[in-house]
Ligand binder design. Structure first.
Ligand code: ADE
Length: 247
């Protein structure tokens, strides 16, 4: 699936450096409190404080028109489980779209396209994103047809709702924004950026109860150390994610 955010002809990092405006992410959910923990710590907190990212939480229930503020109803056709209704979600999306343009309106769902590092890289080039969290047996298909530009699954397992998936996607995107990570933690050296898992890492002491750090890492020979790291990364990738080597 393509995105409107990439600037054609540029490689990822060049394009990243050109982006200046804070990225805005609007999250539509019936459980906004679920994001309080993940978004008030560590990297995401730092990105928000440095004004590199803005995150807005919208409670879908606030948009429910009925007296009882219902956001779900029985499925047509007698299928078991409740379905999230069109009206509250549509009204919330329409309001946001009337205020600014969105690069993507993303639905988190176990039947979406698998979220990978390359997806995070692409989305990190966007300015405005909407993330819609589903619940129950899903959302009315017409929302997907009319508004959603991309459907994302974070893995082949079913969560109770899209909130944790939205938090995962938000974290993976925000840590890539220029200025969020320092040089020492640069996202460029992450697992997956070069389609290899990371090699093992060690810190002091070099000998703990007889458990020794590989001698090569203490040798000071940068060339040999790079080669060792590469071989370790390759070995780990072959063992644990061989499909990455075929791509
Ligand atoms: N909602 C429930 N399970 C999910 C998953 N695996 N990925 C994304 N959204 C979900």
């Amino acid at each position: 699936m393509s995105t409107n955010c990439g600037r054609q002809g540029m490689i990822g990092q060049e394009a990243l450096l050109l982006q200046k405006k804070a990225m805005r992410i609007d999250i539509l959910t019936i459980f906004p409190e679920m994001f309080t923990g993940p978004f008030s710590e560590s990297i995401i907190k730092r990105a928000i404080n440095k004004k590199l990212a803005d995150i807005y939480l919208h409670n879908i229930r606030d948009y429910a028109a009925g007296k009882h503020k219902n956001v779900d109803d029985y499925a047509y056709g007698g299928r078991a489980g409740m379905v999230m209704m069109i009206q509250p979600i549509a009204d919330c999306i329409e309001k946001l779209k009337s205020e600014r343009n969105y690069d993507e309106i993303i639905f988190l769902t176990p039947d979406g396209y698998l979220f990978e590092q390359s997806t995070a890289n692409q989305l990190s080039l966007c300015e405005n994103l909407i993330l819609l969290c589903g619940h129950y047996k899903g959302i009315d298909e017409r929302i997907r047809e009319q508004y959603i530009t991309r459907e994302i699954s974070i893995g082949d397992y079913v969560l109770s709702g899209g909130e944790l998936a939205a938090a995962v996607v938000t974290d993976a995107i925000i840590r890539l924004l220029p200025g969020v990570l320092g040089d020492e933690t640069s996202a460029l050296s992450d697992s997956f950026q070069d389609k290899l898992l990371s090699p093992p890492v060690y810190t002091r002491p070099s000998n703990y109860k007889g458990w020794e750090v590989p001698e090569i890492l203490l040798s000071g020979n940068d060339k040999e150390i790079s080669l060792w790291n590469y071989n370790q990364a390759l070995k780990r990738t072959e063992e644990r994610r061989p499909h990455l080597l075929d791509e």
